[in-house]
Design a protein around this ligand. Structure first.
Ligand code: GDP
Ligand code: MG
Length: 472
């Protein structure tokens, strides 16, 4: 148990039927005796008055959890009072007066982690469950919380450990005793581990998409229909649409969901040279957003204006009586494909290829998205081809809404998985020396352990838990 005892209001601010104060640490017992005038039996609901000295502040339900059988692993007291800000404030003050201090954000979860009740990935999934913005994200978070993600990491770590033992044992033998590097077993085992790691990476990437979604910027010349598209995608009239070029001057943001994947759509000022200082600033901001985006939809309203590569929205097909369609061309291979409304996307994109442009991946393979040209023919005004566009967005992010294996994941998890992957690949390539092989396996193992927190710096822990809400 930590020396000091922490407390916080665990319910959100404002008024509600019930408000809960949590207390965790060695003084929870004595605090209970002051506030309740009794120590309830562990895990048995106690109904009674809450006191500040001898004055009754409120009446409600109290729960005491004797360590280690609590969320934090410490003695814990929960006071379920009435959910008014004044009542809860007074109760909190009474608890503090009796020896607790106010908890920092995420401190309860941090203690649960430090006391071995949950691992780091599970602790993170609690915050992600609370923050979930879709059913799918919540489902994935609860899967992570139940240890699904951690289990798969442990399995990998175990296999690497086993291989390490085998490899390290042979360091003590002479070459005649053991032809380790020649027997093919190590290579076979490494391949199996790499394959399993790849499957975890795929699931984790879905998890990151569910958590963070993607940012899409609509860019192009004035009057091509960018704001009309924003409105069509969001189903609201959030942007002003006129036929006057330069109507949109600021950056407008909308938030929608594609099968549970959050999508941040950004409408920008039309890209053109302007004398107007406000519009100039708008154009500067537009370019800034384009830099940061996962995907830029470059919009045109005539065939002459199309750029060579990237995702192009060819708008206003209603004026020429064309049908919505998607046309893709890989600039490296001359064959191009064109599909229409009736044949849904059949492209099976490899999630691990650079084109599945997670911001991470993309920064590693700059310019990778420049290798394709995709033109989506739509009418933003008539709402033709909007579904095609949505499907395309899911596809370029490698998002698979039906993936049941997804667990919630964070960017730092992807980075750790990537790192482990790198070390394993190096291990495979560096077959010359047993020592090097053993070292790379060790490093891969450490990278994976960062995910569950078995091998994590204090700084990182501080960073992770400080983003939690108070009382969690
Ligand atoms: N016919 C037709 N007109 C459109 C379409 N999309 C937008 N417009 C019109 O084009 C003009 C400019 O649209 P707006 O969305 O403000 O363009 P922005 O400057 O790129 O944001 C408006 O008069 C829209 O009604 C479309 O698909 N078909
Ligand atoms: Mg506009």
């Amino acid at each position: 148990m930590m020396k000091d005892t922490i407390t916080a209001i665990a319910t959100p601010p404002g008024r509600g039927g019930i408000g809960i104060i949590r207390v965790s640490g060695s003084s929870a017992e004595s605090i209970s005796k002051s506030i309740l005038k009794t120590l309830p039996e562990s895990k048995i609901a106690h109904i009674g008055c809450f006191y500040d000295d001898d004055e009754v502040i409120d009446q409600g339900i109290a729960l005491f959890f004797k360590n280690p059988h609590s969320f934090t692993g410490e003695d814990t007291l929960e006071l379920h009072a009435h959910g008014g800000p004044v009542v809860l404030d007074r109760l909190l003050q009474a608890v503090v007066k009796n020896g607790a201090r106010l908890a920092e954000p995420g401190e309860f979860s941090k203690r649960a982690f430090l006391n071995g009740k949950i691992d780091l990935a599970q602790a993170e999934s609690i915050a992600d469950l609370i923050d979930a913005s879709s059913q799918q994200a919540a489902k994935s978070a609860i899967r992570s919380l139940q240890g699904e993600f951690s289990k798969r990491i442990h399995e990998l770590v175990e296999q690497i450990t086993e291989l390490r033992k085998y490899v390290e044992a042979s360091i003590d033998f002479t070459e005649e005793d053991l032809d380790l590097l020649g027997d093919g077993k190590v290579s076979e085992k490494l391949n199996a581990i790499l394959n399993q790691l790849a499957r975890v990476q795929v699931s984790a990437r879905q998890g990151v998409l569910l958590r963070e979604g993607m940012t899409v910027v609509i860019a192009g010349k004035p009057n091509v229909g960018k704001s009309t598209l924003l409105n069509a995608l969001s189903g609201r009239d959030s942007a002003i649409v006129t036929d006057i070029p330069g109507t949109t001057r600021d950056v407008l943001r909308e938030y929608i969901q594609l099968d549970g994947m959050p999508l941040h759509i950004i409408d920008t000022a039309g890209l053109r040279d302007s004398e107007d200082v406000i519009e100039q600033e708008g154009v500067r901001r537009a370019r800034e957003e384009m830099e940061k985006a996962d995907c830029v939809l470059f919009m045109v309203d005539s065939d002459d204006e199309m750029p060579e590569s990237g995702t192009i929205i060819r708008n206003k097909i209603d004026l020429t009586n064309e049908l919505p369609r998607v046309s893709s061309r890989n600039l490296l291979s001359p064959s191009s494909s064109s599909r229409n409304l009736l044949s849904p996307s059949s492209s099976s994109r490899n999630l691990l290829s650079p084109s599945s442009s997670s911001r991470n991946l993309r920064s590693k393979y700059p310019g990778s998205r420049e290798l394709n040209q995709t033109i989506i023919y739509i009418s933003a005004k008539q709402q033709f081809g909007i579904e095609l566009l949505k499907n395309h967005l899911k596809e370029i992010m490698g998002f698979n809404a039906t993936s049941e294996s997804a667990f919630i994941a964070r960017r730092r998890h992807l980075e750790a998985l990537d790192k482990a992957h790198q070390f394993l690949v190096t291990a495979q390539d560096d077959f010359k020396s047993i020592e090097l092989l053993a070292e790379n396996l060790h490093l891969a193992q450490n990278a994976l352990s960062e995910i569950t927190g078995a091998f994590t710096s204090d700084d990182l822990l501080g960073l992770i838990f400080s983003s939690f809400c108070v009382g969690k």
